[in-house]
Design a protein around this ligand. Sequence first.
Ligand code: PMP
Length: 369
Amino acid sequence: MTVTTRIFNFAPGPAVLPVSVLEEAQRDLLALPGVGMSVLEISHRSKTFEAIIQECEANVRKLAGIPQDYHVLFLPGGATLQFSMAPMNLLGPGQTADYVITGSWSKKAIKEAKKVGAVNVAATIEAENFTRVPRQDELKLTPGAAYVHISTNETIHGVEFHKLPDLGAAPVVADTSSHMFSRPIDVAKYGLIYAGAQKNMGPAGVTLVIIRDDLVKKAASLPGYEKLPVMLQYGTHVTDKSLYNTPPVFAVYIMNLVMRWLINLGGLEAMEKINIRKADKVYQAIDASGGYYRGHAAKDSRSRMNVTLRMPNEELEAKFVKEATAAGLNGLKGHRSVGGLRASIYNAFPEEGIDALVQFMKEFQRKNG
Ligand code: PMP
C-alpha cells in the first residue's frame, strides 16, 4: 500500500517540516521560477544561488535580530563538526575551556574538546541522570577561560535552559541545535552559536553558525591556526561567505523557505507562544495522569521541543509505541540511553498532532492503566 497522507512525525531529527515549504519545494523542484533549472542543478556560484544564500542570511538576521558584528555561516559537517571546530579555533595552548554538562550532547562536545586542549567541567548533572539544568550556584567557572560551552537544549534527555545562566566574562559557545528559533534568542549574549538545521530549520546537511567577529580574529591569531585544515578555520568561511567550497545548496534553499515561513508566522515571539501552548498540552497530560506517565525532566527544566517520559514498565512503553505507531503517531520511542518515550514537537509539528497524542495517552491509560 502506498501511504499518501502524512502521519504525525515525532522524530527527533531529521524531523517534520512545514507542509507549505514541502509543497513549494515540490512545485519548484523541476524548474525554479524564472530560472528553468532545478535548484539541485545550478551552480553554487550562480546569481540564482547567491540570491538564495544571501536571502537566507538576511532572513536569519532578521528573525534573531543579529548584531552587525556577527557573521552568519552555513557549514557542512553537522553540529558534531562544531564540537571539534569550536575548540580547534578558540582553545589555545595554556588556556582552559569550561563545559556545562547537561546530557549526551554536551558530553560529546567535551569529549572532542579534550582532544584539543584543557577543559574544565563547570557543572554536571550526570549523577541525577540529566534530569535538570544546573543551578547558578553549581557552576564552577574558570577565571579567564577561553570560552564556556553550553548545550541549551538536550535533545535526548529533554532538558532545556529556559534562561541562560550567568556564565561570567568568557565568550559563551552554545549548541542550540534542537531548539534554535523555537523562541527568541539574544545573540549578543553569545560568542558562537551553532545548530544543525535538521530539527527546526530545514533538512540535514547544513549547520547554522553565528560567530562574533572578534572570535574569528582571535582564532586567526592562535598559534597553530595556520596548520588547521582550511575547511576547519572559521576565517575561511567568513572570508568566502560560506562559499569556499560547494555548500549544501538544497539544504540552504529549504532552510530559506523555512525562514520565510517563520517570518510570515510572526517571527520568533509568535513561534514561542505556539510552542509553549503545544508543550503545555503534553506536560499537562503527563501531570494529570496520576503518575502513570512520568516526565523525565524536572519541571523547571522541561524541554518544549523534546518531551521525555516514562511509563510504569518497559512492556507498557513498548506496547504504547507499537499501538501509537499503528495509530499514525510515529517516532515516539525514547533514545536507547534514556528509554521510555520521547515526543519531539518542533516548530513545524502541527497542533492537531499534539491533540491526537494527548487523546491517545488518555485512551491508552484507560485501557491499560
Ligand atoms: N547537538 C544536539 C543538541 C543534537 O540534538 C544533535 C543531533 N541530534 C547534535 C548535536 C549532532 O548533530 P549532527 O547530527 O548534525 O552532527
